[in-house]
Design a protein around this ligand. Structure first.
Ligand code: FES
Ligand SMILES: [Fe+2]
Length: 390
C-alpha cells in the first residue's frame, strides 16, 4: 500500500485561528447529528444541541412534525429551553420576559404587547435551522454550503439501517455528554479512525472481535468498519457472557450478523450497529483544546430480557473502550508540544487516519503547511490556497 504516512503537522492541534476556521468551514457547514425520533416522541418534546456558539432546538409540533430552530429568543436572545431534552407543553415561553412561541415556531405574542409596536407573528417567529432526517435520525446544519445532505451521504448504507430497523428504535435514556476533555477534536478522530490500536489498547473490544476488525475502503463522506465477533474463547466475563447470551437471542435479532458494525459520517459522528442496540457518538469541539463526547444508545421496541442483558454488557464494553480512547487522545494531543516530537508515521492499518486528514486538507488546505501562517492571516492564506486548487 502506498500513501504518505505522515500525520497532520503538530501546530494544527494547538492553533486557535485554525480552530476558528474549522468551526466555521467544517463544523457549521456540515451536518451535525442531533438525535433519533424516539428522543422526542410527543408534541412539545424537544432536544437541544449546542456546538461552537450555535444552539439548536429540535421541536415536535402539534402536527407531529419535527422542526429545528435556533434556541434563541427573538426579543433579546435568551435561551428558550434548557437541558438536553424535555417537553415545553403547548408553547415555548422565554424564561427572560415571557415572549411565547407556538410549537411551529410562530410568535404567539410578547408579554405586555402594548409596550411594542405591532409584531408580525411569522417575521418574529423562531429562526429555523436546516434540518435533515435519515431512517429516524435527525441532523442539522448551521451554515449554508454545497456539501451533500446527511441523507444523501447515508443513502448507500440504507440496507444496514433497514436491517437494524432504525426507524423503530427507542431511546434507551439520556443523550449523554462527557466531561470536557483537554484535547483538540482532531485527536479524537485520529484515535477513532483506525483499528490498529484495538489489540493493544482495548482489552474488551479485542476480546470481542480481536483480529477480525477491519476498515472498509475509505470514502470521503462516510466510512465503514466491522468487528466480527471472535470464535476463540473469551477471557473477560463481560465478553464471555455477551457471546453466550448472543447465542440464545430470539428472532429476528438472532439473524443479524454476529458483529459490531460502525458507520462514520463526516466530520464527527459514528453510528454503531450491534445485535442488541444501535448507538452513536460524536466529538463536540468546545475550544481549540477542549472537546466533549456526546453519545446515545437506542434499544429495540419490546426489548426481551436477553436483549436487555446484552445491551447492558455492550454498554460496559463500550464504556471501557471510551475511557481507554480518551486517555490515548490526551497523550496524542500533548505530543506536538514535546521538543522530541517528529510527527506520526502511519501503518497500512492506519490509512483511515491519513484519508481523514486528506479530507480536511481538501476543505482547509492551510492545514497542510509545515508551519502556521503568521498571526491574523490564517483565513486569508487558506482562501488563497483554495483558490489555487480550484
Ligand atoms: S429575551 Fe426572551 S422574552 Fe426577553
Ligand atoms: Fe479506540
Amino acid at each position: 500500500m502506498k500513501f504518505n504516512r505522515a500525520g497532520l503537522p503538530g501546530w494544527t492541534y494547538h492553533n486557535e485561528e485554525l480552530f476558528e476556521l474549522e468551526a466555521s468551514n467544517i463544523f457549521k457547514k456540515n451536518w451535525q447529528l442531533v438525535c433519533h425520533q424516539s428522543d422526542l416522541p410527543n408534541k412539545g418534546d424537544y432536544v437541544t444541541y449546542d456546538i461552537l456558539g450555535e444552539r439548536a432546538i429540535l421541536l415536535r409540533g402539534v402536527d407531529h412534525k419535527v422542526r429545528a430552530f435556533h434556541n434563541l429568543c427573538r426579543h433579546r436572545g435568551s435561551r428558550l429551553v434548557v437541558g438536553d431534552k424535555g417537553n415545553c407543553g403547548k408553547m415555548i415561553t422565554c424564561p427572560f420576559h415571557a415572549w411565547s412561541y407556538s410549537l411551529n415556531g410562530q410568535l404567539r405574542g410578547p408579554a405586555k404587547p402594548q409596550s411594542f409596536p405591532p409584531l408580525n407573528r411569522n417575521e418574529w417567529g423562531l429562526k429555523p435551522i436546516e434540518l435533515d432526517e435519515f431512517m429516524g435520525f435527525y441532523f442539522v446544519k448551521f451554515k449554508s454550503s454545497n456539501y451533500p445532505k446527511a441523507s444523501e451521504i447515508l443513502k448507500r448504507h440504507k440496507e444496514t439501517f433497514d436491517q437494524y430497523q432504525t426507524k423503530k428504535l427507542m431511546s434507551a435514556g439520556e443523550i449523554s455528554l462527557s466531561n470536557c476533555l483537554s484535547i483538540n477534536w482532531k485527536t479524537v478522530r485520529d484515535v477513532d479512525n483506525e483499528g490498529y490500536h484495538v489489540a493493544q489498547a482495548h482489552p474488551g473490544l479485542h476480546d470481542l472481535y480481536g483480529e477480525n476488525y477491519r476498515d472498509e475502503e475509505y470514502n470521503f463522506w462516510s466510512t465503514v468498519s466491522v468487528g466480527k465477533i471472535n470464535s476463540k474463547p473469551s477471557k473477560l466475563w463481560t465478553v464471555r457472557n455477551y457471546r453466550s447470551i448472543l447465542e440464545k437471542l430470539e428472532k429476528p435479532w438472532c439473524d443479524l450478523p454476529k458483529q459490531w458494525y460502525y458507520i462514520g459520517i463526516f466530520p464527527n459522528a459514528v453510528f454503531g450497529f450491534y445485535p442488541d442496540s444501535v448507538i452513536f457518538y460524536q466529538e463536540v469541539p468546545v475550544k481549540c483544546n477542549e472537546t466533549l463526547i456526546r453519545s446515545a444508545v437506542y434499544k429495540r421496541p419490546k426489548e426481551s430480557r436477553h436483549l436487555k442483558i446484552l445491551r447492558y454488557l455492550s454498554g460496559r464494553i463500550d464504556n471501557s473502550a471510551v475511557e481507554e480512547d480518551n486517555q490515548l487522545s490526551e497523550w496524542l494531543n500533548e505530543a506536538p508540544k514535546s521538543s522530541g516530537y517528529e510527527g506520526s508515521f502511519l501503518s497500512d492499518l492506519e490509512k483511515g487516519v491519513r484519508d481523514y486528514h486528506d479530507a480536511l486538507r481538501e476543505m482547509l488546505p492551510v492545514i497542510d503547511l509545515d508551519e502556521p501562517p503568521i498571526s491574523g492571516k490564517m483565513s486569508q492564506v487558506n482562501a488563497k490556497l483554495l483558490a489555487r486548487e480550484n
